[in-house]
Write a protein that binds this ligand. Sequence first.
Ligand code: BES
Ligand code: MN
Ligand code: MN
Length: 511
Amino acid sequence: MSSTTTQSDAALAYVDAHRQPFLDGLLDLLRIPSISTLPKHKKDIRRAAKYIADELERIGLKKVKVIKTEGHPLVYGEWLEATGKPTVLIYGHYDVQPVDPIDLWKSDPFEPAIRDENIYARGAVDDKGQMYALVKALEALMRAGGALPVNVKLLIEGEEEAGGESIEAYVKAHPKRLAADVALVADTGMPAPGVPALVYGLRGILYTEIHAQGARHDLHSGEYGGVGPNPIHALALVLAGLKGPDGRITIPELYERIQPVSDAERTLWDRNPVDVAALLKQEMGVDVLPGEQEYDPRERQTARPTLEVHGIRGGFVEEGAKTVIPAEATAKVSLRLPPGLRPADVLPLLERRVAALCPPGVTMTVRLVHGGDAVLVPLDNVFMRAAEKALEQEWDRPPVFERSGGSIPVGALFDSELHVPIIFMGTGLPDDNIHAPNEKYHLPNFYHLIRQAIRFLEIIGGDPAIVARPGSAAASGRANGRKRAAPTGTAPATVGKADVTEETGAEAVQR
Ligand code: BES
Ligand code: MN
Ligand code: MN
């Protein structure tokens, strides 16, 4: 047995011996209502950032800082003492979605409750629980062996749920500081309990607000009905026109640009033992799956474009009746974009289609709220093999490889700016209610994630094929089949670039 195997075993034993304190630490983090989209929670966001920075510091990471941005702070920490070993960039987010409708929660979203081996709280699985699991993996490795098997850089974000603009600016400004061989992200799910998954693809997103303006001011519906424009009705016509009952989006050119799903991928999908259609119906409580019937539900859910309306505002919605034709109305509309479709290219197509569908007398504008690119990670790289092995060891069965329908914009960013393959190894379950009332995290999956991350780091730190073999990512300065931005383990660049100012280190962070 090699010494690295011993460290891994010791780290795994450390996890098993510290289940309670690890859980307690997570519960404290979950008590902080770090809702990034609501300005009144700005202080809570800061508190959550500091909580994580303190933990990283305590574990023994170096250069721990809370990094100020235009938006919410980033948390950074690193440990670069594993000379000759690969560098892993670990990403997660500490911000959460709003909790409304609050009445539907069985317990307070920010007072975590454990029922049937599940932790119920906002952020339990998305992403505090999963991000924290990666931190605990580092803690266990450090405590068990006094060192990490690889070099590590952690970048934890506080506005992922609100579009993540600050991290984009930061990554673009600091490619050298963030240079790595591989990125590790735990912010995805697995298809069923006991079936581990590696997600190799995520859709991008284009989120917009469509504003409809009719008359200059509200109109009496008797006096003006029949001659006045109704922006709510106009909006309804446009929304109905954008997607047919067959699930097909009517934006010209949209489907022509999609990168098709390969046969190799379909073969991989067939290895998933889960009956996705049945599970989806059961989870949603419906007996049909609307959408493009000629496509497999799995493909519709993860690799086809979508267009969804999230909310419509306008007119009189109080109790009672008011006979008014409103002057304006707004709808929030987003599209999920498979690889090949980029938000900046789709926005003008959407604008054109909205203008074409808009009835006379109403003016419509499409405002970009946020956008993020899709990501597709090549499957044939050493890190994917290592992750596969790690998950197989942890779960006693091989993982399935799947695409996910959700979006993690930082994935595309790491790919395009840092040229690293990204390993998405999340342990969320389909019924975890992310973004919804009663979000939960299956507690055993929290511990599985800690353990599988330990195994993964241990494997890539100990595998000579990854560390020393010429032509490997670590040795050749190439990852993901393209030239890397910078060599591994590059010393941090000077702090304080134009768009981001930084606190100078843990000492400067208020405790
Ligand atoms: N963790 C999710 C993304 C996700 C969801 C991945 C389900 C895999 C399965 C992430 O926190 C998220 O919610 N992303 C947003 C992105 C957006 C706000 C830019 C999303 O997908 O809506
Ligand atoms: Mn998330
Ligand atoms: Mn989310």
